[in-house]
Design a protein around this ligand. Structure first.
Ligand SMILES: *Cc1c(COP(=O)(O)O)cnc(C)c1O
Length: 355
């Protein structure tokens, strides 16, 4: 049976990216060697890093003066690298969920953290809009897409201080005005590449102003200077990322990803709103297009497991909600075809008819 991959992360990648990666694992560029057994400094690997960086810059229209870094450590390591490199005395954070909270916890090790607003009291079902960022904050940090709670802020905020964003789960799903940020980072395993790769877009002249000594590996300057080759970067995931960026470009770039994301999200949210068995959990204006969260309607509450089993039997994978929300979560990343969303909708309609 055809599987429809709604995993939240690691998650679906375009089939051709997986096939080309598989080919490179067997024989990289006809070299007789696997990509798993070549040096990151090999002369036929450097062009891969260069192309991946170039495609990042092209697809996101990154202005001059920024570096694109490929690191290890996950987005979670960025939770400490960001304040290590940018927080002199005070930083402002928007608390929109689990990942934001983790970022806040790390920042507190480096200085004062002002939580400008939080939707914790409402189990993060919305993104607070009514807040002010202190004008003396070194930066403002927010999570653009809350993977767990299914909310998303798609507007580049203008708050009067430098902006940093965790875009782990919606990078390359839409155009972003990178010039509004000093740093954008994320784990690649949601919408870009296999696990093991962390991307960082950093404004070069924003680095180096805290006055503190930063451990070499946690200093952005190290990786800017070394072109992500200070130590061994995740070779194979970078290769897959490069292939995926080629795929995005061939499909029509982030504009086309944006269109598709909207189309898929409109389809699924309309069904959630129409179907008597289900309700969405996120406030309508803040609904994520990447992670679509819904639960059983109160009068059908006891059917939760039945629907999960029903959907699983129909080929749906990864639709169980995160434990902090319950119910269901359908992650609709770039590589998820519209047909998979339609298959889930068909499932929901069939289930409704049975009850
Ligand atoms: C998954 C995720 C993270 C954590 O990423 P790791 O690479 O596992 O450290 C951080 N932020 C967001 C928004 C995420 O979705």
């Amino acid at each position: 049976m055809k599987k429809h991959n709604f995993n939240a992360g690691p998650s679906i990648l375009p089939r051709e990216v997986i096939e080309q990666t598989a080919q490179a694992v067997l024989d990289y560029n006809g070299s007789g060697l696997s990509i798993l057994e070549i040096s990151h400094r090999a002369k036929d690997f450097q062009p891969v890093v260069d192309e991946a960086v170039a495609l990042f810059k092209e697809l996101l229209d990154i202005p001059e003066g920024y570096s694109v870094l490929f690191l290890g450590g996950g987005a979670s390591t960025q939770f400490c690298m960001v304040p290590y490199n940018f927080l002199k005395t005070k930083a402002a954070y928007l608390n929109t969920g689990t990942w934001a909270k983790k970022a806040i916890k790390e920042a507190k090790n480096f200085g004062e953290v002002v939580e400008v607003a939080s939707s914790a009291d409402a189990n993060y079902t919305f993104i607070p809009k009514d807040f002010t960022v202190p004008s003396d904050a070194d930066y403002f940090h927010f999570t653009s897409n809350n993977t767990i709670f299914g909310t998303e802020l798609r507007k580049d905020p203008v708050v009067g201080v430098p902006v940093v964003s965790d875009m782990s789960s919606d990078i390359f799903s839409r155009p972003v005005d990178v010039s509004k940020y000093i740093c954008i980072y994320g784990g690649a395993q949601k919408n870009l590449a296999p696990a093991g790769l962390t991307f960082v877009i950093v404004k070069n002249d924003a680095v180096g102003h805290t006055g503190r000594t930063i451990p070499t590996m946690l200093n952005y300057q190290t990786h800017i200077d070394a072109g992500s080759m200070f130590n061994t970067p995740p070779v194979m995931p970078i290769y897959s990322a490069m292939l995926n960026l080629r795929w995005i470009k061939a499909q029509g770039g982030v504009k086309e990803m944006d269109r598709r994301a909207q189309e898929k999200a409109d389809m699924l949210y309309s069904e959630i709103d129409r179907n008597k068995c289900f309700v969405g959990t996120a406030r309508e204006e803040d609904r994520s297009r990447m992670n679509i969260c819904f639960v059983m309607a109160p009068e059908y509450k006891e059917l939760e497991k039945e629907f999960l089993d029903f959907a699983t039997a129909h080929g749906m994978v990864g639709v169980k909600g995160h434990r902090s929300v319950g119910g269901f979560r359908a992650s609709c990343y770039n590589a998820l075809p519209k047909e998979s969303v339609q298959a889930l909708i068909d499932c929901m309609q069939e289930f409704e008819k049975k009850h």
